[in-house]
Design a protein around this ligand. Structure first.
Ligand SMILES: Cc1cc2nc3c(=O)[nH]c(=O)nc-3n(C[C@H](O)[C@H](O)[C@H](O)COP(=O)(O)OP(=O)(O)OC[C@H]3O[C@@H](n4cnc5c(N)ncnc54)[C@H](O)[C@@H]3O)c2cc1C
Length: 812
């Protein structure tokens, strides 16, 4: 007898902090029949040995919201459950040793204010006052967050487990899930080995909270969960007399954090090159295990720490700890329903911040499971961002050597991963490389981000100020505005939807009217029931029964999942054809002249109007030319079978040897001048399509579609906020993302995306501003500033694109 039930509504796999938090929150929502199974004992994986730092400020508003929720939850858990959590809001200091780091801290302080986190900028003297043992002569300054804290990870988890049990959750230890059963694309149950027996449990939902085992648990279900364990180190000193209670201290430039606990110092490391672990699999009997010490590996951190805190030189080391933790390719954890399998959920891959993340992650996932949709934008951590290839373990092992250290690395804008590169390449890759391309990576794709000049270093020199490619971008940008430039956008996600019901199916999903003549291209969004934007795309009608949907490369898996989830019984087949075609975008006022040199087709306004796609002959090949533009100029996107892509590029370059090759940075700087929205930043599933200013692409009169009711309701109720475009008056400062938007002296929001408007002559950003009951005139009559690293800069605000507001240039 295993003592396990034969049925549960949900089986949660894993009794670490993530699994226990989810169980706690589902039970709070009133779920019953919740079963949590743990292969050994609660906390015995990674949770028991965490350092217990609990910070509040994360890189986006919603991640910060979750981290704040976590801190509040842990603070009240003790009273609720009677289990002491050790939670102490002792504050935290982050100290900068360079001016670039200081800029990062100051920028994050501005962001924190916009997110409602109390942050104080402090001088090196003030750091010394609050942390007397520190050597601060080379400290530039820092920030202090009063409500940050620390807690006891194992006890927090036991408190969550107790809270869960108090609300009816059944927790079974020494019970290991060995198989996940499914039918019709849905989870149906799990097999659980307990002692010598195996129980078969039917269930409606399974949640993978298996920490560093989650990759393997995902594989049982055919679900990609790309993560890999790395060794993670800290030491604990002997007691230091007179230490007193201290805030948590981070010195990221020395890859170190310090936590005072019971008169001792815990010193932890986020070294730049970390050690993957578990390549041959995790030992079956792993339970509260430690990994072998590696003093040589830790020594460089310790050496700097001793110089930073000289008292450490006289203090013995009580514990040298090395434990495994799971890391993901982009340093962000995974939450949500797997795109491959319905009702298979994940909460894992916590990249050494699982304690501070799990309270919020458990709450958000529970709500997501309850409603069937995320409670707010969680794209940062959504499992649907995963690319199928990323479950490859060689790739993961290489990449995670870097992700651990990224936690404390400078988080420069445009920073690219240095490891595990080159997996997905356009057929033009080598051609572009030979012509100076400097590549960045998105969704595994190598994409030309900018082009170096002859003799120029082909490397990024990162900074918060102008980076070394700023002038290259300017030249590319102006070529697009004044003559013609070529972008390789082969990384676009391309989805073919075909079949007798394709049109009706897409009409139900898209907010715009896609029942158009073959050859027409429609810009549209797919909405959720709240009117939020699930997908931003163009739909090209190829024939009566076939459509090509073009989406950003980064959202392809999410978009495929959305389509497949809704196809139901419709006679329509959804196929990913991304790799079948390369996309060469020829953009600029002279693009027509150039095309006419290589193609006999008619590119006039009457022969090939804006918003249409035509098959063309080009050099000796065939392409489909789509007349659309994401940069706001006359131009064509050439969809070329991958085998002919290089030929077409060569023909274009032969016809126009001076043709300017342009990178993704220029695509972005051009689109921001046109205020074109970028999914994941300016528009998300939380942003109502009307408030995003995309009402022109919504056609409620066409009949029913998902989100229509929400659109009509919003039309009646009026907009509560609006997306504005801002251009800084001073040409010097740079805007990236998350800078505070200030209206008449008060912070009212953040910049959702930003870049430099080389044509307009200043930084440009987009951002939402509360606008309930206000007219457009009243909104624009205010005085706007953007706060960057604590400094406020005057900005012009506009509801229409500042560049070419009448969209005349695309119709030239
Ligand atoms: C040295 C170190 C210091 C850290 N410091 C901090 C910190 O200061 N702050 C912070 O926020 N985070 C910190 N972390 C990270 C934090 O510990 C982790 O992110 C967190 O514990 C992960 O929790 P989890 O529940 O996802 O995984 P785990 O705790 O590993 O739980 C997963 C559980 O799943 C079980 N399981 C696996 N497979 C199965 C199966 N098939 N059937 C049943 N059960 C299964 C395992 O036995 C395990 O108990 C630190 C990590 C390390 C290594």
């Amino acid at each position: 007898m295993t003592g396990l039930p034969t049925h549960a509504r949900v089986v949660i796999i894993g009794g670490g902090v993530a699994g226990c938090s989810l169980a706690y929150h589902l039970a709070k929502l009133g779920w019953t029949d919740i079963l949590l199974v743990e292969r050994k004992q609660l906390t015995s994986g990674t949770t028991w040995h965490a350092a217990g730092l609990i910070g509040q400020l994360r890189a986006s508003a919603n991640m910060t919201r979750l981290a704040k929720y976590t801190a509040d939850l842990y603070a009240r858990l003790e009273e609720e459950t009677g289990v002491a959590t050790g939670m102490r809001q002792c504050g935290s200091i982050s100290a900068a040793l360079t001016s670039e780091r200081m800029e990062e801290l100051l920028r994050s302080a501005s962001m924190a204010r916009a997110f409602g986190v109390d942050v104080e900028e402090i001088s090196s003297g003030e750091i010394k006052r609050r942390y007397p043992h520190l050597e601060v002569s080379d400290v530039v300054g820092g920030v202090f967050i009063a409500k940050d804290g620390q807690g006891d990870p194992a006890n927090i988890t036991h408190a969550l487990a107790k809270g869960a049990r108090m609300n009816g959750v059944r927790i079974v230890e020494n019970a290991k899930v060995t198989a996940i059963r499914q039918a019709g694309g849905r989870v149906t149950g799990v097999d659980v080995a307990a002692g010598a027996e195996t129980a078969r449990i039917d269930c409606d939902h399974v949640v993978n909270c298996a920490g560093m085992w989650a990759h393997g648990v995902g594989a049982m279900a055919g679900v990609a969960v790309p993560l890999h364990a790395c060794e993670h180190f800290y030491i604990v000193t002997e007691p230091i007399p007179g230490l007193g209670q201290l805030p948590v201290l981070r010195v990221p430039d020395e890859c170190a954090y310090y936590k005072e606990d019971a008169g001792k110092i815990l010193l932890g490391a986020f070294e730049p090159v970390s050690k993957p672990w578990g390549m041959e699999g995790i030992p079956e009997d792993f339970c509260f295990d430690q990994l072998p010490e590696d003093f040589d590996h830790f020594e460089p951190i310790l050496e700097k720490a001793v110089a930073r805190m000289p008292v450490l030189a006289e203090t013995g080391i009580h514990t040298f700890f090395n434990g495994p933790e799971s890391f993901t390719p982009d340093d962000r954890y995974y939450l949500g329903e797997a795109p491959e399998l319905r009702n298979f959920w994940v909460a894992c891959g916590f990249n050494s911040i699982g304690i501070q993340s799990s309270g919020g992650a458990g709450m958000a996932l529970a709500q997501w499971m309850e409603d069937g949709e995320p409670p707010f934008d969680l794209w940062d951590v959504d499992i649907r961002r995963v690319q199928p290839f990323q479950r490859n373990r060689t790739y993961l092992r290489k990449r995670v050597t870097e992700t651990l250290g990224l936690l404390y690395a400078d988080h420069f804008p445009y920073r690219q991963p240095a490891t595990a590169r080159g997996v997905r390449r356009s057929p033009l890759h080598e051609h572009l490389k030979a012509r100076g391309a400097v590549f960045g990576e998105t969704a595994g794709w190598e994409r030309a981000n900018w082009f170096a000049r002859e003799g120029q270093e082909r490397e990024y020199r990162y900074s918060w100020k102008r980076q070394n490619w700023f002038d290259n971008q300017r030249e590319e940008h102006l070529a697009v505005r004044n003559s013609v430039g070529l972008f390789d956008m082969s990384s676009f996600g391309k989805i073919r939807v075909e079949g007798r019901d394709a049109c009706a199916f897409l009409q139900r999903l898209c907010a715009n009217d896609i029942d158009v003549e073959p050859g027409r291209i429609v810009y549209t969004q797919m909405l959720n029931e709240r009117g939020g934007i699930e997908s931003d795309l163009t739909a090209t009608r190829l024939s009566e029964t076939a459509f090509l949907l073009v989406v950003p490369g980064a959202t392809l898996q999410r978009d495929l999942a959305w389509l497949r989830r809704h196809v139901d019984d419709a006679f329509a087949v959804v196929t990913d054809v991304t790799a079948a075609e390369a996309v060469l975008c020829l953009m600029g006022p002279q693009s027509r002249d150039l095309l006419e040199k290589v193609s006999p087709n008619d590119f006039s306004n009457s022969g090939h109007p804006y918003g249409t796609a035509r098959e063309i002959e080009i050099a000796m090949g065939i392409a489909r030319a789509h007349r659309v533009s994401y940069v706001g100029e006359l131009g064509w996107e050439l969809y070329v079978s991958t085998d002919q892509a290089a030929h077409v590029l060569e023909a274009l370059l032969e016809a126009e040897p001076e043709l300017k090759l342009c990178g993704i940075h220029t695509l972005d700087s051009c689109r921001i001048e046109k205020a074109f929205r970028h999914f994941g930043h300016d528009i998300t599933d939380e942003d109502h399509v009307l408030e995003a200013g995309l009402g022109f692409a919504v056609k409620p009169e066409k009949g029913d579609f998902i989100g229509r009711e929400a659109v009509l309701r919003k039309r009646d109720a009026g907009l509560s906020r609006r997306l504005l475009q801002f251009k800084l008056e001073d040409p010097e400062p740079l805007v990236y993302h998350n800078e505070a938007v200030v209206r008449d002296g008060e912070i009212v929001g953040t910049v959702t995306s930003g870049n430099y408007g080389h044509f307009l002559g200043g930084a440009v950003g987009l951002g939402y501003v509360p606008a309930a009951g206000e007219t457009a005139e009243a909104l624009l009559a205010s005085r706007y500033e953007i706060e960057i690293a604590g400094q406020r800069h005057a900005a012009v605000a506009s509801l229409k694109p500042i560049y070419d507001p009448q969209a005349e240039r695309v119709r030239m």
